[in-house]
Design a protein. Structure first.
Length: 403
């Protein structure tokens, strides 16, 4: 964590260390390592890194398709200004084109089978109906012109004629049954072929719709910004995307915000409305200001393979700059935790703890006395003293009880 303090703190501490080093080198008896208590300006700033993003943006997703993941074959340059209807991304449709040709061939074969099957069925039905017609005529003739007078014909001839009529009747009934049975079985065969045809047409329709969606177009004018995934990777040519996966955003650059990431170990007293000063990496000489809007409740990892965790902090900007504020631009910031104030500040190494009581070793006339102190806010190197010490007093920088 980087903390800003007045140069007097650093100077006084460095002078103390140098005096000890010089004394040690001279071979003389070591002088006491002391720190003189004074009031100084105390500032605590927490460093952070992040980027700009738009508060509102239209999300652009990969086209919905039943074909599974699709490969990106082309992408428009990031941060380019696009017009409504401009192509943003194009997906590789070679696999779907091959599938479409295969399905078209299957459909053609099925339709040819239907034509051939229909011709065969019609021919067979025509033959059965022809037989039914001929048997019917023979039966009608036998019934209408039968002579049953035993004075004209013999009884054997009459019996033979009656048997012939019954036979023709039975044959006619069989042919009608054959016609019905054949029609039923033919309808089943045709139904299977028609179902196969319908499936091929449905698949062809899906493929045609998928091919029509290979180009993703801008829904309105805007600045194109690609969306990074959870690994921090942005879409690239050759990458596979699932249907509905986020590709990019068309942000509203009139309302930009800052997303900061603060290292977990450095996130001290982060709170809403804390002042933030930041500068863009590309324009380091131009500072901008803002205030914290939200702080994430818990830290998370922001980079794959990096065990360090960060708190996400969203910052509202004091002013907008449409020329410089572009989504995704990197920046560095300082969050002001403690503003400039005159306080009694001492080094952290001069503070000791025993039985949950903080104390320092007060130096006076060559003797050291432990004095309880009440501490306030702290940085990584110094801490505020609320009570227990006065300006001008001297304290030890080492533990005198064990020295």
């Amino acid at each position: 964590m980087k903390y800003s303090q007045q140069s007097t703190i650093k100077k006084s501490f460095i002078v103390s260390l140098l005096s000890i080093a010089i004394t040690g080198c001279s071979g003389q008896e070591s002088a006491p390592l002391l720190y003189e208590v004074i009031t100084q300006d105390f500032i605590v700033n927490v460093p952070a890194k992040g980027e700009l993003f738009a508060a509102k943006a239209t999300v652009i997703n990969a086209p919905m398709s039943r074909q599974g993941p699709q490969n990106i074959s082309w992408l428009a340059p990031e941060f380019s200004r696009v017009k409504k209807g401009d192509v943003i991304a194009r997906f590789d449709g070679e696999a779907m084109e091959i599938q479409s040709k295969d399905r078209q061939n299957e459909l053609s074969i099925t339709e040819q089978e239907i034509i051939e099957k229909t011709g065969m069925l019609n021919q067979a039905l025509n033959s059965i109906n022809k037989d039914i017609g001929m048997v019917g005529q023979e039966k009608s003739f036998a019934e209408n012109f039968s002579i049953n007078d035993d004075q004209i014909r013999s009884k054997l001839d009459i019996l033979d004629s009656l048997q012939n009529t019954q036979y023709l009747g039975s044959k006619e009934e069989y042919l009608y049954w054959k016609n019905d049975s054949f029609s039923t079985s033919s309808a089943g065969d045709m139904g299977l072929l028609e179902m196969k045809q319908a499936q091929s047409k449905s698949k062809l329709k899906q493929l045609s719709e998928g091919l029509a969606k290979l180009e993703v177009k801008a829904p309105h004018d805007g600045l194109l910004a690609y969306k990074a995934n959870w690994r921090g990777e942005k879409p690239r040519e050759g990458q596979s995307l699932w249907p509905g996966q986020k590709i990019a955003e068309l942000p509203d650059i009139s309302n930009m915000k800052v997303k900061l990431f603060v290292l977990e170990s450095e996130a001290i007293n982060l709170a809403v409305d804390k002042s933030v000063t930041f500068s863009l990496n590309a324009y380091a000489d131009k500072p901008f200001k803002g205030k914290i809007e939200t702080v994430a409740p818990f830290p998370t990892s922001i980079k794959r393979g990096d065990p360090q965790k960060y708190f996400e902090v969203i910052v509202i900007l004091a002013e907008q700059n449409s020329e410089l504020f572009v989504p995704g631009r990197k920046l560095e910031a300082n969050i002001e935790i403690i503003a400039t104030r005159q306080k009694i500040i001492i080094p952290l190494q001069s503070v000791f703890v025993e039985a949950k009581q903080t104390f320092v070793y007060l130096y006076k006339n060559g003797d050291y006395t432990s004095v309880p102190v009440t501490l306030g806010q702290a940085s990584l190197s110094h801490v505020e003293v609320l009570s227990g010490l006065k300006v001008g007093q001297k304290i030890a920088l080492t533990d005198k009880e064990h020295s």
